[in-house]
Design a binder for this molecule. Structure first.
Ligand code: URA
Length: 188
């Protein structure tokens, strides 16, 4: 797949998750933002409201961004690798990810963010096709086609590991967001 070419089929013809009952969830936030946040796939709340990251995970993500003084309305564009909710919120399959990637690439091209956060292992694997654990790559800047990309822990994982002690996923993620804020400020 050439990641610069526009998808040549209708979305519903390509992704098996897209059917008359399943709402397509595209984005939330500022389409001119310098920071794009890419998650896995919509959950029940996202499907109901038609926007990514508006359930429990999204609320935590918003809080982490706001704690780092990142403006969630101005500075951020939220989206997912997969645009429709997988049944029972299971992880999207490799095929579903492949089917959705042309649309994600188009979003990246159109929004043209300087910084991308890959939220969780699915987003990391979708973009980099490698199996390096997120625990190794999180918080590290990776240069990808001239954009700065950082993998971070998924907020659903943080909700299951809520200790704020030093070295815990929550405290590491807070420091990741401070790094992101610093980077955004250098771009202003
Ligand atoms: N909500 C989303 O929109 N994406 C995720 O990855 C998780 C929750």
């Amino acid at each position: 797949m050439n990641k610069n070419s526009a998808p040549d089929k209708d979305f519903s013809e390509v992704c098996d998750l897209s059917n008359s009952k399943n709402k397509i969830v595209v984005s939330r936030g500022n389409p001119f933002a310098k920071l794009m946040i890419i998650g896995e796939a919509p959950g029940a709340k996202e499907e109901e409201l038609g926007e990514p990251f508006v359930g429990r995970s999204g609320k935590l993500l918003d809080k982490l961004l706001q704690n780092a003084e990142i403006d969630i309305n101005q500075d951020v564009y939220f989206c997912n690798v997969v645009k429709c909710r997988p049944p029972q919120n299971r992880r999207p399959t490799k095929t579903e990810i492949q089917e959705n990637l042309p649309w994600l690439y188009q979003q990246i091209k159109l929004v043209n963010p300087e910084i991308i956060l890959l939220v969780g292992a699915t987003a990391l694997e979708a973009i980099f096709k490698n199996k390096s654990p997120i625990s190794i790559l999180r918080g590290k800047w990776i240069n990808w086609d001239g954009r700065l990309v950082m993998p971070i822990f998924h907020p659903a994982y943080l909700l299951r590991n809520q200790s704020k002690d030093e070295g815990t996923p929550m405290s590491l993620t807070k420091s990741d967001f401070l790094k992101v804020k610093e980077k955004i400020d250098t771009l202003k």
